[in-house]
Design a protein around this ligand. Structure first.
Ligand SMILES: [Fe+2]
Length: 366
């Protein structure tokens, strides 16, 4: 170590100073270097995936109990671990193409995706029902702007545009089964670069985001818990930066809980500025997932969203051709310590509700 240089803690973040991390990318740079974040499954990978799926099904175990030992991938496994390392410690995202969705039944594809995910760490529950494989599909349940008590539809159950946000878990991954008719672009932005730009444009808004907000638990609280929690969006702990952004959830908290959760004009300005930076073409990538594409993102360094979409009109007795993605949340090994996590992100281990057993449904459920 050079004399006078203190040992770097975490990723070397200091609140109020620009971040210099591999995840602080700008779109033109990563678009010019697709080999850093794109991977196409080889014929051998696909043979391994198909054989591992057969092997996993032959164990007779329920999907949530499968481990890497039940899903042997002798040469693909190490590549998957390298990919997840790029997500947690590198660029923060990766795109994989050519997962053999058309060669697998629904049960097989859910098994295969979960099995692949075991190489990315434990798979986490995504809702109060304990779903470890989520189905992103328009259930036409509708969503109420004010979300009064009892209304718990989440945006992934609709065809609406999503605001910029992060999911629970260290990583979020989607596998596309069907692309839908129009729209539904998957987009992601580096929260590290967005922070750097916010610091350059409006440093006072970084301070605003580093103070407490009210977060709505959206009806998924455990007995005895408040229906909200309070925490900042930006934290730096032990040298680790964590930007847990959502404008939707604090707005829902304001709508449901009134004055206690009232947002100030500066807080609203901070939301608008973050959204404005995310929307700038230099700060996000936009991608139309096709059947067999998998995206994986780190929630510690990437925000994500998707545009609204339309599904084809259902035909009487015809196939269900609605846009359909599967989702898994993982907690890869060797990530950041728990002490470095933003307290506004209580869902690092997923959405855990007492009594809910891990479950991998084969179809979307309300
Ligand atoms: Fe999400």
């Amino acid at each position: 170590m050079a004399v006078g240089v203190a040992e770097q803690k975490g990723e070397g973040a200091v609140l109020g100073k620009p971040l210099n991390t591999p995840a602080a990318w700008k779109a033109p740079d990563v678009l010019a270097a697709p080999q850093r974040w794109q991977y196409e499954f080889t014929d051998q990978d696909i043979e391994e995936l198909l054989a591992a799926t057969k092997h996993a099904l032959a164990t007779g175990k329920p999907v949530p109990e499968l481990t890497t030992a039940d899903f042997p991938l002798p040469t693909l496994g190490p590549k998957l671990r390298e990919i997840v390392r790029n997500v947690t410690h590198g660029l923060g995202f990766h795109l994989l193409r050519g997962f053999p969705v058309d060669r697998l039944s629904r049960h097989e594809v859910v098994t295969a995706y979960f099995g692949l995910g075991t190489y990315w760490g434990p798979t986490l529950p995504q809702n109060a029902k304990g779903h470890v494989v989520g189905h992103i599909k328009n259930l036409r349940v509708g969503i109420d702007d004010t979300l009064p008590d009892g209304v718990t539809a989440r945006v992934y159950q609709t065809n609406l545009a999503q605001p910029w946000h992060v999911d629970a878990g260290d990583t979020v991954s989607l596998l596309c089964l069907k692309a839908g008719q129009e729209g539904g672009l998957s987009r992601w932005a580096s929260s590290h670069s967005v922070y750097n730009e916010l610091l350059r444009r409006r440093p006072n808004l970084v301070e605003v985001l580093a103070q407490d907000f009210y977060w709505d638990r959206r009806g998924e609280e455990n007995p005895g818990e408040e229906p909200w929690w309070k925490a900042p969006m930006i934290t730096v702990r032990d040298g680790w930066f964590h930007f847990n952004f959502s404008d939707l959830v604090p707005k829902q908290a304001e709508a449901r809980f009134g004055d206690i959760a009232k947002l100030s004009p500066l807080q609203l300005e901070a939301f608008a500025e973050v959204n404005c930076i995310c929307e700038h073409p230099d700060f996000h990538l936009s991608y139309q997932l096709q059947p067999g594409d998998i995206q994986i993102l780190s929630n510690f360094s990437q925000f994500h969203t998707r545009t609204s979409f339309t599904d084809p009109e259902p035909e009487e007795g015809g196939e269900d051709n609605r846009r359909h993605l599967l989702r898994i949340w993982n907690l890869p090994e060797g990530g950041r310590p728990d002490s470095a996590i933003n307290p506004g992100f209580p869902t690092r281990r997923g959405i855990i509700r007492a009594g809910a057993k891990p479950y991998a449904p084969l179809e979307a459920e309300e």
